[in-house]
Design a protein around this ligand. Structure first.
Ligand code: ADP
Ligand code: ADP
Ligand code: MG
Length: 538
């Protein structure tokens, strides 16, 4: 009972089989002969947040380029006018939209996916950047809501990932546009910030704007969207936007791998979240008992209580940004010296840092085979790790040309093929789509179980935490000032402790078992808070 329950599923079946057929009609754009083809588009509606759920490489950005007027779709022929596009969408929700677009009445704003790249394109102080963007005259309000007061006078190039994300979201919201697109707004944010950003984006829709968003944290997508489209197909080859679906239904159909209205099965098995059975790892052998550790940076102080790690278990590390999670992991990795306490173990440690650099000269295959060439040929590693993460497709690519999501998958693989006793993975889900997050979760679990190794995973995605963890390590305190790391504890106790500090309650969806955030102040929210069950385990 690892808490993951995947029905009718050979363990390596994360790759999509039984692909749905390409369509005969509704072809919107084809990049060229034998190039990617996009079918259908998401709807765009004033006053609504439309969520998009689907793998990378299935045409989400292409759709946004079309909807923002940057790309005239060729309708998979030689179309060269917006009039034909309007005709092609006659009777569709998008007909009026394309008419406005043609008359240049639509002004789009895009929050890009890879916020790490922003410092390369934009220089200067945060305040100046946001002042320049402030067409809506909401500077003070937006800065307050996104808690950016403390970074206003900082240079863009000195911001952390989470700060860059919030600055980018602020810059988009400050523009006075009609159509807002947020490409993965939750990367690098902690759970409280994610739900806060979700509420801010919702306000934008409540004030009448049209909002489209791609989001791979399903708890956030659920909280954020009025309706969703599932995109399915074959990444890199073609993508099809589903009919709009209610948010709950759409996410459940996605997890089931079957779209009801379309009668399409796009995954051969369903993904279910079971109540996390308190797993039996405590019965197994102790890997290490680490001592009380303190790191004092001057401005920030972390104190970690002593704790025990067991062999074969996965422990998730949860807590707000700036609370010392990375600092703790770095001490275990031997990258930072503790100010008090000592790590004097003989353990081999493999570490994937939070921010990964692509400064390696050579191909992905070079990089990985230098770490452990035998594992690349090993059938267990192929079926459990390399194939599910799509690594063989990347072998010939230059490491310094990988996209953020590709680099993340390579870095996770590099960490997991290294021979070690303890694996430390700092935020592995950033920039991964949902299938990839599940593939990574499953790979980590299976490798630790099979090899009796131990993993510590810093994670903010509640579904992934639920899916992957045996136990939890909760960090509490005052972000940026002082943090306290509690010893690893059971899932129920840990989730209650963690979510109580955030003030958010979750329930389980009756059909798929997935965690859903309760709306603040709803009946369920109040009831659960009263009895102290922030996370519905029963
Ligand atoms: P997503 O946003 O879902 O990740 P994209 O719309 O960015 O997907 O890309 C879908 C596919 O189209 C990818 O395989 C990409 O390589 C391809 N593609 C994107 N732009 C072009 C282009 N200008 N010419 C040819 N192929 C392209
Ligand atoms: P988390 O991973 O929980 O987001 P971190 O461990 O990265 O938190 O950071 C905790 C605090 O320590 C932050 O306020 C950060 O700015 C500070 N910090 C991290 N590294 C250093 C350093 N090398 N020198 C000074 N302060 C640091
Ligand atoms: Mg961190």
């Amino acid at each position: 009972g690892c808490g993951i329950c995947v029905h009718k599923c050979p363990f390596n079946a994360i790759t999509i089989v039984n692909l749905p057929e390409q369509l005969d009609e509704d072809c919107v754009h084809r990049y060229g002969i034998n190039s990617f083809v996009l079918y259908r588009l998401p709807i765009v509606k004033d006053g609504m947040v439309v969520g998009i759920l689907g793998p990378n490489g299935t045409g989400k950005t292409t759709a946004v380029k079309i909807l923002s007027g940057q790309l005239l779709p060729n309708l998979c022929g030689d179309n060269d006018s917006w009039d034909n596009v309007i005709k092609a969408f006659r009777g569709n929700e998008l007909q009026n939209y394309f008419e406005s677009l043609k008359n240049r009445e639509i002004r789009p704003v895009v929050k890009p996916q890879y916020v790490d790249l922003i410092p390369k394109a934009v220089k200067g102080k945060v305040r100046d950047l946001l002042k320049k963007a402030d067409e809506a005259g909401k500077f003070d309000e937006v800065v307050r809501e996104l808690e950016l007061e403390n970074v206003l006078d900082r240079d863009i190039k000195h911001l952390s990932g989470g700060e860059l994300q919030r600055v980018a979201i602020a810059a988009a919201i400050l523009r006075d546009a009609h159509f807002y697109f947020f490409d993965e707004p939750s990367s690098y944010l902690d759970i409280r910030q994610r739900l806060k950003v979700a509420r801010i984006i919702r306000h934008l829709a409540d004030s009448g704007k049209a909002v489209l968003t791609v989001e791979h944290d399903l708890a956030v997508l659920d909280y954020l969207s009025d309706i969703i489209h599932v995109v399915y197909g074959k990444p890199g080859a073609y993508g099809i936007f589903s009919q709009p679906k209610s948010t709950r239904n759409g996410i459940n159909e996605f997890l089931r791998g079957y779209l009801r209205d379309e009668n399409v099965r796009f995954r051969p098995y369903e993904i279910r979240f079971t109540k996390s059975s308190e797993r039996t790892s405590q019965a197994s052998d102790i890997l290490v008992e680490y001592p009380r550790l303190v790191k004092d940076y001057g401005g920030f102080r972390l104190e970690a209580e002593p704790g025990t790690l067991y062999m074969g278990e996965v422990v998730s590390i949860v807590g707000p940004n700036g609370i010392g999670k990375t600092t703790f992991v770095k001490m275990l990795a031997g990258v930072e010296e503790p100010t008090e306490g000592e790590i004097d173990w003989e353990l081999k440690v493999s570490y994937k840092p939070q921010y990964i650099k692509a400064d390696y000269e050579g191909t992905v295959f070079d990089l990985l085979s230098k770490i452990d060439a035998a594992k690349l040929m090993n059938s267990f590693y192929k079926t459990e790790l390399l194939n599910p993460l799509g690594i063989p497709d990347l072998y010939d690519k230059q490491v310094n040309e990988l996209s953020g999501g590709e680099l993340q998958r390579v870095a996770i693989t590099a960490a997991l093929i290294r021979e070690a006793d303890l694996y430390l993975l700092d935020e592995p889900s950033a920039y991964l789509d949902v299938e990839q997050r599940l593939a990574v979760s499953r790979a980590i679990r299976h490798l630790m179980e099979k090899e009796g190794k131990t993993a510590l995973v810093v994670e903010h995605d509640v579904l992934m935490i639920d899916y992957i963890s045996d136990r939890l390590m909760v960090f509490e305190g005052e972000p940026g000032r002082q943090g306290k790391a509690l010893p690893p504890m059971g899932m129920r106790e840990g989730m209650n402790r963690f979510l109580a500090s955030v003030g958010i309650t979750f329930r389980r969806d009756p059909d798929t078992g997935r965690p859903r955030a309760n709306k603040e102040g709803s009946v369920k929210d109040r009831e659960q808070k009263e009895v102290g069950e922030y996370y519905y385990v029963a």
